[in-house]
Design a protein around this ligand. Structure first.
Ligand code: ZN
Ligand code: ZN
Length: 342
């Protein structure tokens, strides 16, 4: 069981989840290096290891093919879970760590990656991202859903098998609350969505644009907090990722894959995280909130100044980073994710 605790001295909240320290590879010795196997007998996400999963919540199958292409399961070591009993504390403020924590297993094959799936398989993945967000937002008491992906052990991925995660919770976490508050004030002062205005400026100047498609812009933001930080933003105003239409999903998935390939080429397959900022439930349809995906490769490590000031120092130029990503020569390498163990 986890707890949400509030720090009396800052007002900040934290999730205390000690059971997550028991995750399999968190304590396991390092594996031998070399390319990963197509299927790993130790991996609970590989086909045939269903008994190691805490359950199966949803599955996507391809027409005329055996087996599954995408599978959604509960996280075995959830940061939050359904619980109602609040901790009884006389001197501190805390709540039950109530919420949902799911895993989207993106393909059967252990050694594929999001950008090495076929376009058809990737469409099934991003469709599952949206559909799980819809299911979780619809659950009673849920205010926020964060869909995210960790790639590489140093980015927090405890299992190599391609997967993303979704955490749903009853509160609006601090960063999202601040983002929402800022966007609301900006809209009140200027009569326009700040992101819509930013997209107009960036598509005019183009020096930070990586790629533009019919419906999306991939760019390095003007005030990027991290080197090679990438945003993928819908060109039309939509408050929540769950608003993404069927017709836009494939375009979004392919743009995301190309951005991942660009990072691979420019930064030699870096560990990375991405997360989708969607409006909290009480702001669905809001004119001020515009969803985005933020993709951050792990390049620079924040130091004492950032710890002390909460003011990031980005040691690179967003314009130079965008140029390098824009000009990266990327190829489409597909690993057949559907081939099942023989
Ligand atoms: Zn696996
Ligand atoms: Zn907008």
């Amino acid at each position: 069981m986890s707890e949400l605790r509030q720090d009396r001295t800052s007002g900040g909240w934290v999730i205390i989840a000690p059971h997550r320290g028991q995750r399999p590879q968190a304590a396991a010795p390092a594996r031998p290096s070399g390319p990963p196997p197509a299927f790993d007998p130790q991996c609970p996400f590989c086909p045939g290891h269903e008994s190691e999963l805490p359950g199966i919540l949803a599955e996507t199958k391809a027409a005329g093919e055996p087996g599954w292409t995408v599978r959604v399961v509960p996280n075995k070591y959830p940061a939050l879970q359904a619980q109602t009993e609040a901790p009884h504390l006389a001197e501190h403020v805390a709540q039950a760590g109530n919420g949902v924590h799911e895993v989207v297993i993106e393909c059967p094959r252990h050694d594929a990656q999001l950008d090495t799936l076929s376009a058809e398989e990737r469409l099934a993945v991003v469709t599952a991202y949206r559909d799980r967000c819809q299911v979780l937002f619809a659950a009673p008491g849920i205010e926020t859903v964060i869909l995210f992906r960790n790639h590489g052990p140093s980015a927090g991925a405890s299992l190599l098998h391609p997967h993303a995660q979704a955490i749903a919770l009853g509160m609006v976490p601090p960063r999202l609350a601040a983002l929402n508050e800022w966007a609301k004030l900006y809209h009140a002062d200027h009569g326009v969505c700040a992101m819509c205005e930013e997209l107009q400026i960036e598509t005019r100047h183009r020096e930070r644009v990586i790629e533009e498609t019919d419906r999306f812009l991939a760019l390095v933001p003007f005030a990027a907090e991290h080197p090679y930080e990438i945003w993928i933003v819908p060109l039309d105003h939509h408050a929540s990722f769950i608003d993404i239409e069927d017709a836009a999903l494939a375009e979004f998935g392919e743009l995301l894959a190309r951005c991942l390939r660009r990072l691979k080429v420019v930064l030699n397959d870096p560990p990375y995280n991405f997360a989708i900022d969607s409006a909290p439930k009480h702001e669905f349809g809001a004119a001020h909130f515009h969803w985005r995906l933020r993709l951050v490769p792990q390049v620079a490590i924040w130091g004492g100044f950032e710890l002390g000031g909460g003011l990031p120092i980005n040691p690179s130029s967003p314009e130079d980073d965008a140029a390098a990503l824009r000009m990266a020569r990327i190829e489409n390498r597909v690993i057949d994710a559907r081939r099942q163990p023989g």
